[in-house]
Design a protein around this ligand. Structure first.
Ligand code: PHE
Length: 459
């Protein structure tokens, strides 16, 4: 603090190298008309002098003075009670007059100031106009020096030891300076929206599923989900298969057997698909195409223990062999939620979805029948976007099929309601981004990541 005050005092003194002040002077200047009067006398004086003691006719007088001089001269001379204007004759009323107008104009021209009354009269007749003069007065200040000394910016060990600090002039602190911008980390919009989604799931009592494996076997990604092996999604045109390692090492054999059964010939009241289920197809490794692969692992794990109701969620990356365009990438993030309990109905699913989406600011929902191999019934979810003033597709949902749940070993009266959506879509809506490549991938502008708002509330 002491050092601060010292430095402030020093810098204030430092400023007084010179003293300066503004000067403003106002003076009067003659107009062109005023200048001719100053040289030749005022028109009223000229008129008076043109009237002989015995008088003169108007016509004659006008001829002598000319039109403008006669007109102005008459006005002023009558006002001054210098002359008498008869019908045709003009005569003097006084023997002698002074041309005070001319005298005042001459004085002003010489830089003298006449009285205020005179100034007002001349101003009214537009014979003078104000002139403002601005300037500065500059004087040497108490700390005048012909050369500027460079102020010290730091108190150093050397000048403390030498005692030099006592006489040093310190540079003034600039408390208004902005300072360096802080180069810290910045959160990508996807991470911010992911956090919002996580908070919503946690508030609704959901537990997070472990999604830390991008590589999955076809078995968990498709077969366990009752997706037949000849389904087009299982083609390499839609799915990325791994070359190395190309197959999974282990699968739970007894469960694999039950899955094979349900695909081939059904069971639990289902007819199955009636085809030759191939183990080699189930063994193929792939990049998971949906996080529902993780949901199937979790439900299988749950089925191995005495039944417990659960609410699970996950938000993680999935991969699809897709042509990239402004709304599609070959990798994106999926948000998935599921609830398993005894006796859940489609009404429960719709209720939970209403709860979930209204926490995102979307309280008007519509459902459209859809198809997924692993859910029945299935519904696409549409939400009314208050900002965009239209219905937008926000997700997919359904009740997992008994063909999926029963081979796992879950009790017959347990149902599972589930839904999924992409993380990219709500993020693009929230942050006003219309091309997915501006949000994710190598074309992303880092400036956008640095400058986007801390958060966005309400879809
Ligand atoms: N797995 C679905 C998808 O990829 C989403 C979904 C999840 C649908 C759960 C129904 C139930 O689109």
């Amino acid at each position: 603090m002491k050092r601060l005050l010292m430095s402030l005092r020093a810098s204030m003194a430092f400023d007084l190298l010179m003293l300066s002040s503004d000067i403003k002077k106002e003076r009067w200047q003659l107009t062109a008309e005023g200048k001719t009067y100053a040289a030749n006398g005022s028109p009223e004086f000229q008129l008076f002098m043109a009237v002989p003691p015995e008088g003169i006719s108007r016509v004659e007088l006008q001829k002598k003075l000319g039109d403008p001089g006669f007109k102005i001269g008459c006005q002023q001379a009558i006002k001054n009670k210098w002359v008498e204007m008869g019908k045709s004759q003009v005569s003097r009323k006084v023997a002698h007059v002074d041309d005070s107008v001319k005298d005042m104009l001459v004085k002003i021209n010489n830089g003298e100031a006449p009285n205020q009354e005179g100034i007002d009269a001349l101003k009214r007749r537009k014979l003078i106009s104000p002139q403002v003069w601005k300037g500065y007065s500059v004087k040497k200040g108490p700390n005048y020096a012909p050369k500027r000394r460079k102020p010290a910016t730091d108190l150093t060990r050397e000048n403390l030891q030498s005692g030099e600090w006592k006489d040093l002039q310190f540079k003034e602190y600039n408390f208004l300076a902005k300072g360096f911008p802080i180069e810290g980390g910045y959160l990508h919009p996807l991470l911010k929206v992911r956090r919002q989604m996580q908070m919503i799931f946690l508030q609704m009592g959901f537990e997070e599923m472990p999604t830390n494996n991008y590589v999955e076997s076809s078995f968990w990604n498709f077969d366990a989900l009752f997706q037949p092996q000849q389904h087009p999604a299982r083609d390499s045109h839609d799915t990325f298969f791994l070359k190395e390692p190309s197959t999974t090492k282990t699968l739970p054999e007894d469960y694999v057997e039950r899955v094979k059964q349900i695909h081939e010939s059904g069971g639990h009241g289902s007819r199955g698909y009636g085809y030759d289920w191939k183990r080699e197809e189930a063994n193929k490794n792939l990049l998971r195409t949906h996080t529902t692969a993780v949901s199937s692992r979790m439900l299988y794990a749950l089925a191995k223990k005495p039944f417990e109701a659960k609410r699970y969620y996950s938000i993680d990356r999935v991969f699809r062999n897709e042509a990239v365009d402004r709304t599609h990438l070959a990798e994106f993030h999926q948000i998935e939620g599921l609830i398993c309990d005894r006796g859940l109905s489609l009404g429960d699913l719709q209720g939970v979805l209403h709860d979930f989406f209204s926490r995102l600011g979307m309280s008007k929902l519509r459902f459209k029948p859809a198809y997924n191999p692993y859910t029945e019934p299935s519904m696409e979810i549409f939400g009314y976007h208050e900002g965009l003033k239209k219905w937008v597709e926000v997700g997919n949902s359904g009740m997992f099929r008994p063909e999926m749940l029963l081979p796992m070993g879950l009790p017959e009266d347990v149902t599972v309601i589930a839904w999924g959506l992409s993380l990219e879509r709500p993020t693009m809506i929230l942050y006003g981004i219309d091309n997915i490549r501006d949000l994710f991938g190598h074309k992303v502008d880092l400036g956008l990541i640095k400058s986007n708002p801390i958060c966005r509330i309400g879809l």
